[in-house]
Design a protein around this ligand. Structure first.
Ligand code: PTJ
Length: 267
């Protein structure tokens, strides 16, 4: 569908089209559409902009990726459809490996996502060669299939937009988990070491900028940034931001778009 530029929600509709196209091409799971709709609703609460608290979360996440021994970025269908070039670039800039890991796993989808990542410039993609498959025992669904060279042996894993089970399982295995999830109350957010509560579409490009900002800092400075971060407090700050924003709107900042319609609106 062609989205008219003057449509008030043009940008949001264009993003939706990416997800729909991705679903037709088997990149996105059908449930990925539902997940996206949920994300859109939460993004309204942020005013569809990156708040200050998320900038901090993103910076700490980048510091963690830069100081880790073996960082891996996990890619699912929604991420591949929404920001393939950016995710490949973030992996390159931080020295992280890219691994396809899916909840609704099928060989057809693995192939479709591999093509998208390759077109976006990825040179190495893990999670696609059966001889390297290992399992995370704690998980009963297909996310349990991981790559022995990637998630299985990683110390830090960035998991944008997912269900919470795997975050819990990875934490129990002693790994550090960074997540990007617009829902601050999800199990994913509650179980992460660093929860980025922001839209993946804004978070990933902003994290690439953070790499350029932080990469000249020495590792003690980066570790200090990480040590000062408390995920629980950060989620409290996130919820405070959302509730204050709603309160401000309720108490008068909400613009009435019909105010200049005069009497017509009551006819
Ligand atoms: O590609 P697969 O097979 O691995 O499946 C991926 C989905 C996303 C379908 C699967 O992991 C899933 O069902 O996830 P959930 O449980 O629906 O959780 C998705 C979370 O991502 C929800 O909390 C959404 O609010 C959030 N979300 C959706 N879109 C975005 C987002 N967070 C950040 N940016 C978004 N654009």
């Amino acid at each position: 569908m062609t989205i008219p530029d003057n449509h008030p929600r043009a940008e949001s509709l264009r993003i939706r089209e990416k997800i729909i196209k991705g679903m037709h091409e088997k990149v996105v799971a059908e449930a990925g559409l539902i997940a996206h709709g949920r994300g859109e609703a939460y993004d309204y609460l942020l005013g569809e902009k990156t708040p200050n608290y998320a900038q901090k979360q993103q910076e700490v996440a980048v510091a963690m990726l830069l100081t880790s021994k073996k960082p891996v970025i996990s890619v699912n269908g929604n991420v591949a459809a929404l920001c393939p070039k950016e995710i490949v670039q973030l992996a390159e800039q931080t020295g992280a490996l890219l691994e396809i890991n899916l909840f609704y796993r099928s060989e057809e989808r693995v192939k479709a996502i591999t093509s998208v990542l390759e077109e976006a410039g990825a040179k190495t993609i893990l999670g696609i060669e059966p001889e390297y498959y290992e399992t995370i025992e704690e998980l009963s669904h297909l996310r349990r299939i991981v790559d022995i060279r990637g998630i299985y042996s990683a110390d830090v894993i960035l998991v944008p937009l997912e269900d919470g089970d795997r975050t819990m399982a990875l934490r129990r295995e002693g790994k550090k988990v960074i997540t990007i999830d617009l829902n601050p109350l999800s199990r994913t957010s509650l179980w992460s070491n660093v929860s980025i509560v922001n839209n993946v579409i804004r978070a990933i490009p902003e994290m690439i900028e953070d790499v350029f900002k932080l990469k000249n800092n020495n590792s003690d400075e980066l570790k200090d940034l990480i040590n000062r971060f408390d995920n629980y407090k950060s989620l409290q700050e996130t919820l405070n931001f959302m509730s204050l924003r709603l309160r401000d709107l309720a108490e008068g900042k909400l613009e009435d778009p019909t105010k200049n319609l005069g009497d017509i609106k009551n006819e």
